[in-house]
Design a protein around this ligand. Structure first.
Ligand SMILES: Cc1cc2nc3c(=O)[nH]c(=O)nc-3n(C[C@H](O)[C@H](O)[C@H](O)COP(=O)(O)OP(=O)(O)OC[C@H]3O[C@@H](n4cnc5c(N)ncnc54)[C@H](O)[C@@H]3O)c2cc1C
Length: 334
């Protein structure tokens, strides 16, 4: 066998949350052949499989994983006009940097989001008024049940808010993605923080590079910098119907919410956790809620997976009790 299957490998250092136990079996794959080999090896042994990218949105349990963790390390980026094809194991922000350097618009607002290209597609990453799905032309994936490579055009990817067909169907492993970008893009500066950034600098029509710089600066100022352990937003912003929103608005007139245009309303989970729950800056041992971003749970050093999960449950129960709104985890639990 060409690939190496390792045993009892610590997963915490491979995730940004830095908690949790070992993978019973572990393999790094740099290509489709290695991936197929690893999958067939696990299938022969009847072991479950977990696909790991950059570990920036995964919380590993204290017990670790009994099956085979396959770490996606396929690399490569190629340009064909305004279409860019990127392998799933590329680091997303390196790709954004490269695309901006090629003067192509569309992903600049998604600068500095940690993780791989595969993870970005699975989670349909979004930030500062942009979502990766809006630039995707197609996604190539391996169906590990049928051992077949399939190509999904954008419309078939079932993208939604932090959702995709690849997230729903665990048999699909993203191999590569083709992005369709714009040669003459329009700056996407509608998002409040971005608008303010350019107003303060007196820049009316920022260049592509300036937008990337703005996003990097805004994110760096807001987000916890290493060595804190986080997985980004822990919960999704809950979407509720108009009646629920109006009832909540009576009780919490300041509630932060975004109309969806389909009679539903997206509530700011950060606002609920901060203003309804009062959790921002809370800390119990090494598990806490970030002092600037209430949606970010932080492992300040040696928190265990259980401590992080129990904090998440406490927050969830508290918000449910006070608002009857159920927070759903954005972070993937392993
Ligand atoms: C500080 C910080 C800031 C963040 N900010 C944002 C943000 O602004 N917006 C946002 O949307 N997210 C944000 N995140 C979350 C995270 O960056 C994204 O979800 C990212 O896309 C995760 O990629 P990953 O490769 O690390 O995925 P992992 O954590 O490795 O995996 C996530 C899920 O995707 C699956 N997966 C990974 N690769 C593949 C593949 N090739 N094929 C099939 N399945 C796969 C895994 O099985 C798992 O279910 C942030 C995280 C951190 C730590």
């Amino acid at each position: 066998m060409a690939i190496q299957i390792l045993e009892n490998v610590a997963l915490a250092p491979m995730t940004t949350m830095r908690v949790g136990g070992d993978a019973r079996f572990f393999a790094r794959v740099g290509g489709i052949e290695e991936l197929s080999e690893a999958v067939l090896w696990a299938q022969r042994k009847g072991l479950p499989i977990f696909i790991l990218g950059g570990g920036a949105n995964t919380l590993v349990s204290q017990d670790g994983f009994v099956g085979l963790v396959i770490k996606i390390e396929m690399k490569g980026i190629s340009y064909d006009g305004n279409r860019v094809t990127v392998e799933a194991g590329e680091w997303w922000d390196d790709v954004v940097c490269d695309i901006v350097a090629h003067d192509l618009w569309g992903v600049e607002n998604l600068s500095l989001i940690p993780g791989t290209v595969g993870g970005a597609v699975v989670q349909n990453i979004g930030a500062y008024g942009a979502e990766i799905c809006n630039t995707i032309f197609s996604v190539e994936a391996l169906d590990i049940e049928k051992m077949q490579i399939k190509t999904f055009l954008q419309a078939k990817c079932e993208f939604g808010y932090r959702e995709s067909i690849f997230k729903k169907n665990k048999n699909l492993v993203v191999l590569r993605v083709t992005l369709e970008l714009k040669n003459d893009g329009v700056p996407n500066t509608e998002y409040e923080d971005v608008k303010k950034y350019f107003e303060n600098k007196n820049i009316e029509a920022p260049s592509l590079q300036e937008i990337r710089e703005a996003i990097v600066a805004i994110r760096t100022a807001k987000m916890p910098a290493p060595p804190l352990g986080t997985a980004g937003s822990f919960f999704k912003n809950p979407v509720v119907d108009m009646t629920t929103y109006e009832t909540l608005k009576k009780e919490f007139p300041e509630i932060k919410a975004y109309m969806q245009g389909d009679n539903t309303v997206k509530l700011s989970a950060a606002w609920l956790i901060d203003h309804v729950g009062g959790w921002r800056g809370y800390r119990k041992g090494d598990a806490g809620v970030h002092e600037k971003q209430a949606l970010i749970l932080v492992n300040y050093g040696n928190a265990s997976a259980e401590e992080m999960l129990s904090l998440a449950h406490e927050i969830k129960n508290n918000i449910k009790e006070k608002t009857n709104v159920t927070l759903e985890e954005e972070v993937v639990m392993l």
